[in-house]
Design a protein around this ligand. Structure first.
Ligand code: B12
Ligand code: SF4
Length: 446
């Protein structure tokens, strides 16, 4: 079978950037960079077939003169002539998956389209669209393999448990539950980065001359923050990879001196991280590591931070979210505001650059903005990022504020646009969030 996997482009909607003061604009995130780990894993699952993986994010970053998405899909489909087109979608990119599938089917109505990823996992029925034939929720490389096998052998897809099939009037789930796929451990599939070589020059962060890649050491998260999509994606479970499989993967990627851990939360099991970094040092693996670490972990366990710094940890992204305990409690962050200052101290003691991220709720008034400005300016973080507290569909927060949502355009669900009524006038609110980026400004895209 010929399988074309297309990574969706990113949503350009960014009201923070649009309304920010000119001076702040250079510092606001415009894009995040990284290879599509999910699709790379899907490609690895069907490697016995003829697979073409195309990263539109990388392609659009290569040149500002890039063709439109439909023109690009048309060219790919006409040249490759796939039997199956697959794509992946987070919430803000769902419409692009539909656009890709619509164009593919326009050229060849016989193409079967398959959608997977975070949004289809959280809200599979929400993915209904005339262009979508099959939805595969969850960690589903094995399910996709079955779909391909069934299409190849021309057997019915109804026999594959737990997928959703487009029956014209809507998506209908097939009977049964798919077999558990131990994506992090026994069934881990090493992503093949070779097909991404074309875009390697675009995978650079923070002014580094070296390309970066993502690897995950775990999936899911044991915490339950109300605004977060990740723990619902994994139904609250946390899966850890083995130390040796991570070591092998790190040894296989000499082209990527910078490695960002794609974990929701990298340091959960301290013994695991201790062993991993012992092995990294033992094997002489020299890379710059970037990871997400919670403030409470750093403040309570400075020893592990010291160990990781020795092994190459240079940049940490820390979701501060808020400096107010009442807000942190509301978000179920399980980490008091006092941990922030302690964590900053630990990271700085170990020469680790830290980006602290805050989420700004829609009800912030001028006084609240002034208060966060004072707080953020007073702590010694190198970089800080400020995004909007967004009710991502499928989260607890979405259910809590459903009645207050005013905008259901998924393109805006990327943390850069308010989709709820704001206390300040709409434009002013985004302008104020934008102006926060002037504090601790850094042009990197971490
Ligand atoms: C790597 C990553 C990226 C990468 C690559 C994503 C891509 N596809 O291009 C980059 C850096 C580009 C990226 C960008 C963004 N991201 Co991001 N990203 C992640 C991250 C850290 C890891 C995802 C991952 O690789 N997981 C591991 C893989 C193996 O799992 P997976 O992707 O789910 O894939 C499996 C299944 O879903 C399924 N599957 C997936 N695709 C397909 C396709 C088919 C056909 C099938 C059958 C199955 C299937 O099988 C896969 C293998 O088991 C997550 C956070 C996290 N820790 O989960 C956020 C996350 C997914 N990102 C998020 C967001 C919001 C963004 C941005 C919008 C952020 C922003 N404000 O700018 C941007 C988008 C574009 C931009 N503005 O630049 C949110 C999504 C929330 C939501 N509900 O939509 C997350 C959850 C982070 C968060 N804090 O909430 N991201
Ligand atoms: S915000 Fe971070 S700590 Fe909270 S549930 Fe999500 S990944 Fe876990």
């Amino acid at each position: 079978m010929k399988i074309l996997l297309i990574n969706t482009p990113r949503s350009p909607e960014n009201r923070i950037l649009e309304f920010a003061p000119e001076a702040a604009k250079p510092f606001i995130h415009k894009r995040l960079i990284g290879p599509p780990l999910g699709l790379m894993t899907i490609a690895a699952a069907v490697k016995d077939h003829d697979v073409l993986l195309f990263d539109t994010k990388g392609e659009f970053d290569l040149s500002s003169e890039h063709p439109s998405l439909t023109a690009l899909v048309k060219k790919l489909v006409l040249e490759f002539r796939p039997d199956i087109v697959g794509s992946t979608a987070i919430t803000s990119e769902l419409y692009y998956a539909w656009e890709i599938f619509t164009e593919a089917k326009k050229i060849d109505p016989g193409i079967i389209t398959v959608l997977g990823g975070l949004h289809p996992t959280l809200l599979p029925y929400d993915c209904f669209h005339p262009s979508v034939d099959v939805v595969c929720p969850g960690q589903s490389p094995h399910v996709f393999r079955e779909v391909v096998r069934s299409l190849d052998k021309k057997t019915t897809l109804n026999a594959i448990p737990g997928i959703l099939l487009n029956k014209g009037h809507g998506l209908v789930r097939t009977a049964g539950k798919p077999l558990f796929w131990d994506a992090a451990d026994a069934d881990y599939l090493m992503p093949d980065r070779e097909p991404l070589k074309r875009w390697i020059s675009t995978y650079k962060v923070g002014g580094s001359p070296f390309p970066s890649t993502y690897i995950f050491t775990s999936l899911g998260c044991p915490y339950k923050c109300t605004f977060c999509s990740i723990w619902p994606q994994f139904k609250g479970k946390y899966y850890q990879r083995t130390v040796e499989s991570i070591i092998s993967e790190l040894q296989l990627i000499p082209d990527y001196p910078v490695v960002r851990f794609a974990d929701a939360n990298t340091v959960v099991d301290l013994d695991f991280m201790n062993t991993l970094f012992d092995r990294i040092l033992e094997e002489g693996i020299r890379k710059t590591f970037i990871m997400d670490i919670r403030a409470d972990v750093a403040s309570k366990h400075p020893g592990i931070i010291r160990k990781m710094a020795k092994g190459g940890l240079k940049v940490v992204i820390c979701g501060f979210e808020s400096y107010r305990d009442e807000e942190l409690k509301k978000y179920r962050k399980s980490s008091p505001a006092s941990d922030i200052a302690k964590a900053i101290g630990v990271f700085h003691d170990n020469d680790i650059m830290i980006r602290g991220n805050y989420v700004i709720p829609n009800d912030y008034t001028e006084d609240d903005f002034r208060a966060i400005e004072d707080y953020s300016a007073s702590n010694p973080v190198v970089y800080a990022g400020y995004t909007i507290l967004t009710p991502m569909p499928g989260t607890v927060f979405y259910k809590q504020v459903k009645q207050e949502i005013t905008d259901y355009d998924y393109l805006k669900y990327n943390f850069f646009n308010s989709v709820m009524k704001t206390a300040l006038p709409y434009e002013k609110f985004h302008e104020r969030v934008g102006s926060l980026w002037l504090i601790k400004k850094g042009k990197d895209v971490i």
